[in-house]
Design a protein around this ligand. Sequence first.
Ligand SMILES: O=c1nc2n(C[C@H](O)[C@H](O)[C@H](O)CO)c3cc(O)ccc3cc-2c(=O)[nH]1
Ligand SMILES: C[C@H]1O[C@@H](n2cnc3c(N)ncnc32)[C@H](O)[C@@H]1O
Ligand code: SF4
Length: 383
Amino acid sequence: MFPAAERYDIAVEPDPEAVDRLLEVTPADVEPADALTFSRNVFVPLTTACRYTCTYCTYYDVPGEASLLSPEEVRRRCRVGADAGCTEALFTFGDAPDDRYTAIHEQLSEWGHDSVLEYLQEACSIALSEGLLPHSNPGDLTEAAFERLRGVNASMGVMLETTADVDAHAGGRRKTPGQRLNTIRAAGRVGVPFTTGILVGIGETWRDRAESLLAIRELHERYGHVQEVIVQNVVENERSDFERPGLETMRRVVSMARAALPEEVSIQVPPNLSPAAELVDCGIDDLGGVSPVTDDYVNPAYEWPALEELRAVAHAGDMTLHERLPVHDRYLPDEIRRSGAASAGSPDDREWIAASIRDRILEGDVHGRRFRGVARREGPLEI
Ligand SMILES: O=c1nc2n(C[C@H](O)[C@H](O)[C@H](O)CO)c3cc(O)ccc3cc-2c(=O)[nH]1
Ligand SMILES: C[C@H]1O[C@@H](n2cnc3c(N)ncnc32)[C@H](O)[C@@H]1O
Ligand code: SF4
């Protein structure tokens, strides 16, 4: 049984002087990176049901329409991804859908699960058996949930979005910054390589952006687990009238992110939502998950760029382009770390990856099926 997420409890207090310093940062203050990475993924949206109703989101479905992918469907999609050379199975879906919808709960019971997180565990095992490395973002989680899910995930994530209380997190049950911070802290305590980030343009101020970035830094300083910070701009869609932040805003906020986080933490912009080629001099070094086979189900109107376009982004910044696994190189044990990838040392001597996941990457052989992703290719993956 997975316990329900903890309630509001602010974990960090950003220093006001550090916030002021960050507010002065411009693109001229940051050192551009010399390499750009991305991960080839297949997006597996387990369910469109969600307990929240964020006003910028088109992902969640209204009651009655929300459903779950079956285990057979999960396997089918993973196989398509593995055949296309993906290494990552991305499990991102609505927060605690079973908590809100009895129909979802009943379906899960029929399949022998008492919660969506228990089902996620099975889905991750399916992905592993198809030769993929799971990266799950199921929303807010407790330490107990991370303990269980780390055994079947290479890395995990949740977007902080913002430390501010914004109207965009609407509804009777709403996302709260405290709970998101708790989730990031819980991942740190358990030692899960973690992706987080901020969402730009949902009603937050510049000060809120600086505070959010410093909150992430603080949690990374405590636990060393933040592998990358996504600077994601909100995009227009049919449900909301949020305006996409302009280029100058994005240039400044990406530079702030670079300045706020230590060098070993990657700064990512999603290349289907952001003008990545115009942000290469602001400190980005990662383009996140890009899929050759699935839509970005969170923002389906925004198509993934082809490899050729990723090359053009790298070219614009005079950078090399490398494919990576969902988990960043520095969290891998020495024997499977790729030489040549830009990375500082391992955060500490801890085992960041569960032994079962490490062995799968190492052996490249899952239930007799060759691991078809990049993990088995030799040498640095310059593209
Ligand atoms: O940890 C997360 N990773 C997210 N990822 C994954 C992320 O971009 C990368 O795949 C990670 O860098 C892991 O490799 C997404 C990938 C997509 O294709 C589309 C949307 C997302 C959203 C998230 C997210 O909210 N949190
Ligand atoms: C997967 C992540 O995508 C973000 N997300 C949800 N809706 C939108 C949107 N319209 N534009 C940009 N990002 C969005 C949320 O922060 C979520 O955590
Ligand atoms: S952004 Fe995530 S939590 Fe918010 S409504 Fe969409 S699916 Fe739910």
